[in-house]
Write a protein that binds this ligand. Structure first.
Ligand SMILES: Nc1ncnc2c1ncn2[C@@H]1O[C@H](COP(=O)(O)OP(=O)(O)OP(=O)(O)O)[C@@H](O)[C@H]1O
Ligand SMILES: [Mg+2]
Length: 241
């Protein structure tokens, strides 16, 4: 289980993440919602070890993630919203490289299955500078699945994916959770959060404005759908020009 306790991140005098606490349970899909600038990406960057928190604690079971960022990388992987891949490798070389770095034994079968699953097999031996945004995103998702970490952090994972790839991504993460993998996903797609997540948190100006299962949250706003509830919680008033 991933425990986040009283996490705060300041940039100068600006507080981007303000004393948030939550946990992500084993095998859970947790959706992290909130308006632009709410602090979602900052939070996942801290969990992944890219940013240091100003204060607060993060534990994966008994492992102190903030104090042991290298050790944590074995168990926690992060897929950013801007997919970066080495431009002069082919997809197959990239996945082999990842398997070597993370010492995955006999990865060939998994590599082939993943390339096939994401419809990348016809391009497996093309260099990645020729890949489209969606193709790079799918390759990064494949590289993380290959590693089988305990926690997968996704930042807007389906932006730029075609409808079939979105469907496959959803199926894939559901399947991964059956083996105990936990998914923590920043998203603006409320429909996806509603359909596949076990629990959600809504972040507003760096603070958690609501947390729980979708049913729990909706039950406090009788008769409203998730979009209206989200706009209510975050006080986002519609302005029509
Ligand atoms: N390196 C930085 N230096 C200064 N301010 C930053 C830095 N990174 C993020 N911020 C600020 O922190 C706030 C939260 O940013 P963050 O990227 O976490 O938001 P977000 O919830 O991911 O938004 P979006 O939905 O647009 O991706 C924003 O006001 C942003 O300008
Ligand atoms: Mg973001």
């Amino acid at each position: 289980m991933l425990y986040i306790k009283n996490l705060t991140k300041k940039f100068g005098s600006f507080t981007a993440v303000n004393n948030i606490s939550l946990e992500v349970r084993e095998g859970e899909i947790f959706a992290f919602l909130g308006p632009n600038g709410a602090g979602k990406t900052t939070t996942v960057k801290i969990i992944s070890g890219i940013l240091k928190p100003t204060s607060g604690e993060i534990f994966l079971d008994s492992l102190d993630v903030v104090k042991n960022p290298l050790e944590s990388k074995k168990y926690i992987s992060y897929i950013p919203d801007e997919p970066f891949v080495y431009p002069y490798l082919t997809a197959r070389e990239f996945l082999k490289f990842i398997s070597e770095v993370y010492q995955i034994p006999k990865p060939e079968k998994d590599i082939n299955e993943l390339l096939d699953f994401f419809s990348l097999m016809p391009y497996a031996d093309n260099i990645l500078s020729s890949y489209s945004h969606g193709m790079r995103q799918k390759l990064l998702i494949a590289s993380v699945v290959l590693r089988k970490p305990k926690i997968m952090l996704f930042d807007e994972p389906t932006v730029g994916l075609d409808p079939l790839s979105v469907k496959k991504f959803k199926e894939l993460i559901k399947k991964l959770t059956q083996n105990g993998t936990s998914i923590f996903m920043c998203t603006h797609i409320l429909e996806m959060a509603e359909k596949i997540s076990d629990r959600v948190a809504v972040l507003k100006n760096g603070s958690i404005a609501a947390i729980g299962s979708i049913d729990d949250i909706l039950s406090k706003f009788k008769g409203k759908d998730l979009e209206d509830v989200f706009l209510d919680i975050t006080n986002e008033k519609e302005v029509l020009y």
